[in-house]
Ligand binder design. Structure first.
Ligand SMILES: C[S@@+](CC[C@H](N)C(=O)[O-])C[C@H]1O[C@@H](n2cnc3c(N)ncnc32)[C@H](O)[C@@H]1O
Length: 336
């Protein structure tokens, strides 16, 4: 729709409806790796189509619709170059969104979204109905390791870009030990250790994740505790729970928090790091991701009040909320 089209409500609605085209086209552009191919010099759509072995006219139209949104630049001679947005489709760019774009456009994701009606009718995840697996990690393992790899790369690049802003937003100086519950490769802990050298950083993870983290910890910075956060969690005076609770329903979140409560030092704290839904703000991204959580996992993004309720049910009180220069906030709970 042209920028000169009057933004009447029906026009606005048509623009919103056509965003499914943009989202999927952006994913295909990410999959094809166009941003990397034009990283050093502009290329014509003809040259790109030959390198990628795709149809030239279709590729031109794909780039054209994206360029209309500021993703790529396209000139009259059909020369394609990166824009400040498509720069972040390059694989090795700091803050790259390439794998997130690939994941959002992947066929398994669209299959599940095709059954959104089911989730709305029942309040359940549509994963089992759509791809035959309740747990899509199981689906990756059994059916599509390639999608599993894109998923974990996407989650890492997405989540890792929040680490430094999180550490900047909180004063860890009174913590003796910081335990990252489900901390993946321990990247957040390494940043904390770098800024607070006296802290003992402990990664609490499932065995396969610990094995992976050890391989990446060549300098031996981290300490490791293998375990399942639904069973028990080793003692600490500061627990980080980053980007975990939004994957689980309330009952499971309370179990994880209760296991922290059982082992926490009397003056300890639990730091939930997650997005906060604000009912009175538009938050299109946050509220869209909440729908992804519903349809994929029957879980959700939460408001401050919802986190407070989880904390209370697990024996904590909400002490403070720290905004950060990332989409995540830090919700601090202390034992009651
Ligand atoms: C979405 S990732 C978040 C990783 C990390 N906290 C971050 O922000 O990047 C979820 C993590 O939880 C871990 N995890 C899942 N189930 C677990 C369990 N039952 N016990 C311990 N860790 C678990 C996974 O191995 C994975 O690394």
């Amino acid at each position: 729709m042209s920028n000169t089209t009057q933004k009447t409500p029906p026009n606005h609605m048509r623009e919103i409806l056509s965003q499914m085209v943009l989202s999927r086209s952006l994913s295909i552009a990410a999959e094809l790796g166009i941003a990397d191919l034009v990283a050093n010099q502009p290329k014509s759509t003809l040259q790109l189509s030959q390198e990628l072995k795709v149809n030239e006219n279709a590729l031109y139209r794909l780039v054209r619709v994206l360029a209309a949104q500021g993703i790529f630049e396209l000139d009259k001679n059909k020369m394609v170059s990166n824009s400040e947005i498509s720069d972040f489709l390059m694989e090795d760019m700091e803050g790259s969104q390439r794998n997130f774009a690939r994941m959002m456009g992947s066929p398994w994701m669209w299959k599940i979204f095709n059954d959104l009606e089911y989730s709305i009718a029942t309040g359940d995840s549509a994963s089992k109905k759509a791809i035959g697996y309740e747990n899509f990690f199981e689906y990756f393992k059994q059916e599509s390791p390639k999608d599993g790899k894109i998923f974990s790369q996407s989650m890492s690049s997405f989540s890792y870009s929040f680490d430094q802003p999180l550490v900047n937003a909180y004063d860890f100086s009174t913590c003796k030990q910081v335990t990252d519950v489900g901390g993946a490769e321990g990247r957040l802990l390494k940043i904390i250790k770098n800024q607070y050298p006296s802290i003992k950083p402990v990664l609490f993870e499932l065995p396969h994740a610990i094995e992976q983290a050890k391989q990446n910890d060549t300098e031996g910075i981290l300490n490791y505790e293998e375990g399942d956060f639904f069973n028990s969690i080793a003692a600490s005076d500061c627990y980080l729970i980053k980007y975990i609770l939004h994957n689980w329903n309330d009952e499971n979140c309370i179990k994880i928090l209760q296991n922290c409560r059982k082992s926490i030092a009397p003056n300890g704290r639990v730091l939930i790091m997650d997005m906060l839904i604000k009912e009175d703000e538009p938050q299109v991204f946050e509220k869209s991701l909440d729908m992804v959580m519903l349809v994929l996992l029957q879980s959700k993004e939460r408001t401050k009040e919802e986190f407070e309720e989880l904390l209370n049910k697990a024996g904590f009180k909400l002490n403070a909320v720290y905004p950060t220069a990332s989409p995540l906030s830090i919700i601090e709970g202390i034992p009651i």
